[in-house]
Design a protein around this ligand. Structure first.
Ligand code: NAD
Length: 315
């Protein structure tokens, strides 16, 4: 069993990953500044192999004092998403890039890093050609640029795996409604309509639990995978936003519900994401997703019965 540090482990992906690795028997420490006031890890404190440090990844003194004991470092802490990054560009650069470079500098070479980045850096492609790990990354948003710079920095050194994740979906103790699938299903159910802009733009998708499982897979197969980037997403889910909307409609209909799809000229994706992705490289290493897009949509439909803010509405 390994000693693992997860920075940003209280986030959407981190809270699912922390639970998975704790349940596998690893000794897991989360370092997080709880920037969303989230209490997403309360269910793990009864486990002796779970530890939490309230702190900031930009604090060099703190990092120096805690880093030495870990076999694996999984740096998730970030300002995540184009929208958030454009609001706070300097902070985003400090957390998403500089803090990663700092961790890389401070760790011993035998301490292994598994770093998640985004495949939205492939964004400006046409949507016709499959992007592989060889396809040049050309991110536009501050988020995309800082993640790609951090990945480049890490891949210059030894004992690193980078995972270029598709857009995640599904429930997490720190839920995010700004992710595309989560957002569309929520709007379809709550508002009864989805407004679609750039409807032909294609994206790739991945269940948050498969993203977490992928880190575990990398821990187990580290030597066979190290020092390379890997795309990670559902091989059969390279869907345009329009196709995604129709899939949600088809599944909701089975539940006796419907919603309206409204097309709009207004609205632009900050990373101009229109790309399809090949996930063959990680599949060749043996990784398989367990949750389909349909599984995730069904899960969200069920779960949104619980996740509804009734504070400011009468119905
Ligand atoms: N969710 C996705 O679809 C997706 C896709 C690709 C890559 N990723 C990557 O996965 C990681 C996690 O994303 P997420 O969706 O869980 O986002 P999130 O916003 O839910 O989680 C980020 C976490 O980092 C913490 N954090 C932020 N700044 C910090 C700081 N200075 N010090 C300590 N903690 C800090 C936050 O409190 C939060 O818990 C990110 O690195 C992101 O780039 C996510």
């Amino acid at each position: 069993m390994k000693n693992i540090l997860i920075t940003g482990g209280a986030g959407y992906l981190g809270s699912v990953l922390s639970e998975l690795l704790v349940n596998e028997g690893h000794d897991v420490t989360v370092l997080d500044n709880l920037m969303y006031n989230q209490n997403s890890l309360l269910h793990l404190f009864h486990k002796k192999n779970f530890h939490f440090i309230y702190g900031d990844v930009r604090e060099e003194k703190l990092l120096r004092s805690i880093l030495p004991k870990f076999d694996f470092i999984i740096p998730l802490a970030a300002i995540v998403g184009a929208g958030a990054s454009e609001k706070h560009p300097e902070t985003t650069n400090a957390i998403n890039y500089q803090a990663i470079a700092l961790i890389n500098r401070l760790r011993e070479e035998n301490q292994k890093i598994i770093f998640p980045t985004t495949n939205s850096g492939y964004g400006t492609k046409t949507g016709d050609v499959f992007c592989t790990e060889e396809t040049p990354l050309e991110p536009i948003s501050v988020y995309g640029v800082t993640k790609v710079e951090a990945e480049r920095e890490l891949l210059k050194s030894n004992n690193v795996i980078t995972l270029r994740f598709a857009t995640c979906f599904g429930f997490s103790p720190r839920m995010r409604l700004d992710l595309l699938v989560n957002n569309f299903v929520y709007k379809a159910i709550r508002d009864g309509y989805i407004v679609l802009f750039e409807k032909h733009f294609k994206r790739n998708y991945l269940h948050v639990r498969d993203a977490a499982r992928c880190f575990e897979f990398c821990i187990e197969n580290f030597d066979a995978m190290k020092n390379e980037p890997y795309n990670v997403g559902l091989e059969d889910a390279n869907l345009s936003k329009e196709e995604l909307s129709w899939k949600i409609k088809e599944i909701l209909k089975k539940h006796g519900k419907d919603f309206h799809i409204q097309e709009s000229e207004i609205g632009k994706d900050p990373d101009k994401r229109n790309y399809i992705v090949s996930n063959k490289k990680i599949m060749a290493k043996g990784f398989r997703c367990q949750y389909s897009l349909e599984d995730g949509i069904e899960e969200l439909i069920k779960g949104y019965a619980m996740l509804y803010d009734r504070h400011y509405t009468n119905f």
